[in-house]
Design a protein around this ligand. Structure first.
Ligand code: G6P
Length: 614
């Protein structure tokens, strides 16, 4: 889950690469580095531990120049994040330089073999074996392409690799093995770009090629050739990516996370755009490729996802089961892939993924495909592997999400599952035309309601400052708002490092209630729905144990003000859509607590936005 950028052309490669890396830092920020090839075949590298800005300082002191280069921002897997383990890595005689995203699983065995042949290693990383092995093949008389091919054939694991050689200072080679994250090639005018993710290079070109598993590309400034690992040329599709790079900047906000929380009303509208026909009360999902035959065949849905996307799937279960009456199971992708799940041609597997490249989610859906399932993807990153390999997809249209803590992808993916539930319900003959009209009407007000929650930010900020010193938090909710509690707790953990647990409120008495004392704030999602009275009684139980209760409640609810210690009011939303509205104050609460505590909100410690390793 590191970030990779490469460039070949007339511009100054270090500038293009540094700028690209700054848009990939969400993938890892333990260390960063850039290598350029000089005309005389000399390789120059600058790299350092710490964030990209550290590399920036190094480049200010000791600039690099050149027209072909590669760069990397790292999330460490092998070897501590210090200078010598920072990418790019050079081979012993300096002929090959590489960056990698992913893991070489058999690196220890390859390293031992190379060391026995006298190769001296300069780092503790798995990546260095790639450079060393490629150099050994060059020394045996292989061409650069052949040596890379031979090297890749010896690697086990999943990786994206970019390499250059001093012998051939007009060529970049990139390859993809498995699901360690993508490689996008940007085709320019007499210049080529490559990156782990398109926002890194999108301002330079909209023409993109995506490498698939087992593909390798040889780039010169004016040509590219994609082959399989046996060297057979492949026809590849060129995609036009219309994202606006301007939308990836913070604007008036202090952090990307805050900007992305504020993006939500617009993102909700975008995800409905072109799909929801408000006038006629209909929903169209053409990219899902749903046919009456397919709908007849599907008897159950299994959702696979990780992190916040998993919690979105839990909300989706309520939506699909209650609207379309189709049974749904929601599984952590990392568990699903190893427990021999029961999947057949009557199962539709939905992957929910912001990045479209989470290794566990991709592996889980691949496995489901082998077992005969139909694959659906709810995905934000346009052109990502999850989108490309699914039988049908819904693009979230949330726009680039940079903050590591996911916000707008959560709410837009819930809407997308609502749309899917309505269409499935209609095609299954369960949702009538008039019911469909009602569902559509409920969607119409949602962006405005989300905007109204944001107007309350100052009150949430005040509350955040009051509770920012707490060591633990408990979040409780019931029914469709149980996942809201889980997501609220996850947000707080991720960015403020406060221990927080999300719990179904009715389960409190079976354990967590023992934790409650004056030191433990309890955040209760108590908005008006059929479980309101039950939630009130959980609030009373928490109060009876001395807990301080912060309630998320519906505007106009006077009773809750008597029961809870603090109340954050949200506008009334239709119960099935309430999780979208109710989570927003929890996102803001986590955000302001983290800012107050001086935490690095957009790049929390130990985390990364795209987890492309197991
Ligand atoms: C990481 C991110 C989370 C995200 C999860 C799943 O843990 O930090 O924000 O929810 O991966 O990512 P995906 O891209 O598959 O939604």
């Amino acid at each position: 889950m590191c970030g990779i950028v490469g460039y070949i052309g007339d511009r100054q490669a270090p500038e293009v690469i540094y700028d690209g890396l700054s848009k990939l830092e969400y993938r890892g920020y333990d260390s960063a580095g850039i290598a350029v090839l000089k005309i005389n075949g000399f390789v120059e590298i600058r790299r350092d531990a710490g964030k990209l800005s550290q590399l920036g300082k190094l480049l200010d002191k000791s600039p690099l120049s050149g027209h072909i280069g590669i760069g990397h921002t790292r999330w460490a897997t092998h070897g501590e994040p210090n200078q010598r383990n920072s990418h790019p890595h050079k081979s012993m005689n300096g002929r090959v330089v590489v960056v990698q995203n992913g893991i070489v699983e058999n690196y220890a065995e390859l390293k031992e073999e190379l060391m026995a042949e006298g190769v001296v290693f300069l780092s503790d990383t798995d990546t260095e074996v790639i450079a060393q092995l490629a150099e050994r093949y060059l020394e045996c008389g292989y061409s650069f392409v052949e040596s890379l091919r031979a090297t890749l054939s010896r690697l086990r694991g999943a990786n994206a690799v970019v390499a250059m050689t001093a012998d051939q200072p007009d060529t970049l080679i990139c390859a993809r093995l498995g699901n360690a994250g993508g490689v996008a090639i940007g085709v320019g005018q007499n210049e080529m770009f490559l990156a782990s993710d398109i926002p890194a290079i999108l301002e330079h070109t909209s023409r993109m090629i995506f490498l698939e598993n087992g593909q390798m590309a040889v780039l010169k400034r004016d040509t590219f050739e994609v082959t399989n690992l046996q060297g057979e040329p492949l026809d590849v599709e060129e995609h036009f990516i219309p994202w606006d790079p301007v939308s990836a900047v913070k604007g008036e906000h202090k952090h990307f996370m805050q900007k992305e929380i504020y993006d939500q009303p617009g993102a909700l509208l975008s995800t409905m755009g072109g799909r929801v026909d408000f006038e006629n009360g209909q929903i169209h999902l053409p990219e899902m490729n749903l046919t009456p035959e397919l709908i007849k065949k599907i008897r159950r849905v299994v959702t696979v996802a990780c992190g916040t996307s998993y919690y979105s799937g839990l909300v989706g279960k309520f939506l699909i089961e209650s609207i379309a009456r189709l049974p749904v199971e929601v599984e952590y992708a990392s568990e699903f892939r190893y427990y021999n799940p029961i999947i057949d041609e009557h199962t539709a597997v939905i992957s929910i993924t912001q990045s479209g490249e989470t290794a566990d989610t991709l592996a889980a859906s691949e496995q489901a495909r082998e077992d005969g399932a139909t694959l659906w993807s709810i995905v934000n990153a346009i052109g990502s592997q999850s989108m490309r390999t699914a039988d049908g997809h819904i693009a979230m249209q949330a726009g680039p999400e940079i903050g590591v803590a996911s916000t707008k992808a959560y709410t837009t993916s819930i809407i997308d599952q609502y749309l899917l539930a309505c269409v499935l319900g209609s095609m299954r003959g369960i949702v009538s035309d008039s019911q469909m009209k009602e569902h559509v009407a409920q969607l119409a007000r949602l962006p405005e309601l989300a905007g109204r929650v944001l107007e309350n930010e100052a009150a949430v900020e005040k509350l955040a400052h009051e509770f920012a010193r707490a060591r633990d938090f408990l979040f409780i909710g019931r029914g469709i708002n149980y996942p809201t509690a889980l997501e609220g707790a996850l947000k707080l953990k991720e960015i403020s490092y406060i221990h927080a647990e999300g719990y179904p409120a009715g389960e409190m008495k079976h354990g967590p209630i023992a934790l409650i004392d004056e030191e433990m704030p309890v955040v209760a999602v108590v908005t008006k729905d059929h479980l309101y009275e039950k939630m009130i009684s959980q609030v009373q139980q928490a109060k009876a144990r001395g807990g301080t209760v912060i309630a998320i409640a519906t505007e106009g609810d006077e009773q809750i003000a008597q029961e809870a210690d603090r109340v954050i009011y949200v506008p009334e939303a239709p119960p099935l859509l309430a999780p979208i509205i109710n989570v927003i104050p929890l996102q803001l609460l986590a955000y302001h607590i983290a800012v107050w505590r001086g935490c690095d909100v957009d790049q929390p410690r130990n985390l990364a936005k795209s987890v492309t390793v197991e």
